[in-house]
Design a protein around this ligand. Sequence first.
Ligand code: C2E
Ligand code: CA
Ligand code: CA
Length: 716
Amino acid sequence: MTDAIRLLILDDDPLTGQTITNIATLAGVDARYTDDPLEFFRLIKEMNPDFIALDLVMPRMDGVQVMVELARLRCPADIIISSGVGGRVLDAAARSASEHGLNIVGVLPKPFSPARLRELLSRQPAGSAPALHRPANPDDSESIPAHELADAISRNDITVVYQPKINCRTGLLAGFEVLARWQHPTRGAIGPDRFIPLAEQSGLIDALTESVMLQSLRWYSALPASLGDDVSFDYLRRRLREITLSVNISASSLSHLDLFERLDDYCQSMGIRPERIIFELTETCAMEDPVSSLDILTRLRMKGFHLSIDDFGTGFSSMLQLARLPFSEIKIDKSFVMTAGESKESRTVIKTIIDLGHGLGLYTSAEGIESNETLEYLRSIGCDLAQGYAIARPMTGDAVLTWLRKGRNDDEEHRLQVLHSLNILDTEADERFDRITRLATRLFQVPISLFSLVDSNRQWFKSAVGLDVRETARDISFCTHAIREETILVVNDAHIDPRFRNNDLVTGAPHIRFYAGCPVHADTGIRLGTLCLIDHKPREFSLFQQKLLKHVAQMVENELTADYVAHEDPLTSLLNRRGFDARSIEAIALCHDAGLHACLFLFDLLEFKHFNEQHGPAAGDRALIEFNRLLRDTFRGSDLIARYGDDDFVVLMIDITPPGPEKALARLAAAAELCLSEHPIRHTAGWAMLEDGDSSQQLILRASQSMQLLRNTSMT
Ligand code: C2E
Ligand code: CA
Ligand code: CA
């Protein structure tokens, strides 16, 4: 080997590539050219170039992606960008590359001049000058023997950190991603970009994944309890039982069923539902062997685990395979997200991936968000989940606890920030909350019930039953008092309460005499506002009633965090099965606690498949919409109504006793008779009353048995 400067060229245009090679060779440079990205990465390993000349716009991979990959490989070469694209794009690319730690020495615009190329190449080769991106630790360039990694895994030297993931729409915590860390006793910190490939090559990856999973599951299952038993953490403890944990899985583990069986066992033994675990797989990984991937991925999905396609946009996937594999989330690669601020191209890619994901019914997630502007942009285009330094950096388990505890209610500025990031103020009335306030007026027999949010100088009602105003001044609001404490504020008679006696809302409309307000929380336990009850006469409010009110307030809190897009049937805008299941648990718990009667109805449209075949799918859709209208007209605004399957509907009525259910069915039958549809459709019904200890599944089962019974008797 000579000491000549080595130059590697990646360009999709053979003429350009060959020309650069010739000029460089004439200048005594050892130059190689390729137009294939895979070949390019192979050559990097082989020739260890001092310089790389990179075309930005190529058909199979674009320059930004190549740069991301180069950064990941910690490529020490100096980079010359050659491209015909405009200066703005070149600038953005250069910025993105230096953010990734690459060393850009210059730009070679097309058509380029040989003199400019010679000038760039005559600069100090990268190897002789200390560059920013060059590892500070000389050990970094040395390869680490596999046995050191094996020892580290067995000694538990591989530790984990957690990076929060939030819901873009509400800004609320949605989960954490676990990331592995290695603090080597002599070599110092080693990044996962180095030891994960080593683990993969040396057959240690399953052991590593298992160790990462075990550590994080232990931490995760203990998380709610580790907050201690302070009442002000009640809300947060509850939320922490719902959030997700994302774990990275290497391609090479994908065919190892036994690994996943052990992971499943760990979840079961620690009482963690599989629905809370998301396995992240890289796009290329799942596509490597689509057939066996499909097999194992399907099994995991059937157990309830969620699957995410990581680093989406960097691989070479086929859309068809993507749609076939049972993923639930698509995670946009951070190279696009990190450059979204400067690059229109990146924004186009992001928007396209989000539309694609939603089109396939997947959650969309973005990582590498480094600014609030990018976060706001992602929200505006409907991205579901967000992760990045602008939200939080990866943290140790203990640091997460501190982070969770940080935003407390004595910090009014933080409280308002959480409230505003929910993007709920001054929005339209919403059936999800109206159902709950209606339920509250019914359960407590009060004329007014409100879901009120306390803003900087007003209280604003997201939902109001029995009151026409949408907001009142903050200084006279009862709710401002109610959110000062964790407890429910009860004012039995405002006329004799010195705090409220002279209040405008007491002396004038709406003439409040009785008030009970339960704080409604979000985020880490911030009290945003209240669910409150108001009466025009004085009232007692027992401890039992307070407990019930707390239940109803929790329903509001659940709605704030629930994903209503995933919980809604787009055709009828009723709840879908997931939406119903999530809400019926809370509603049934309320009934058991309060000793309320409840009744569950199941409805099945008769021979719907045949109906569709005979009259066409459009008529089928109309029949479903019509039946939805019948249900809404027949049942009460506080009942839970859902489209449970293609042609099944379910209704949960709270606080009802026989013969209420029969009467409701008679009302429905009468309304159906009057229906003037061109192709009327018939239905069958079944119902069951809630019994002691019933779960919603048991209740549904009994209702479906009663439906069978009714159907059989009507046939004989
Ligand atoms: P990844 O799965 O794409 O993980 C996200 C990476 O992005 C993490 O790097 C995280 O620290 C980083 N990141 C998050 N937000 C930002 C941001 O705003 N800006 C920037 N510049 N970076 C951000 P990390 O921890 O170095 O991990 C690198 C990769 O190593 C991961 O990429 C993943 O592929 C792999 N890895 C880490 N832990 C494990 C593991 O336990 N198992 C496997 N198989 N792979 C792992
Ligand atoms: Ca990941
Ligand atoms: Ca990723």
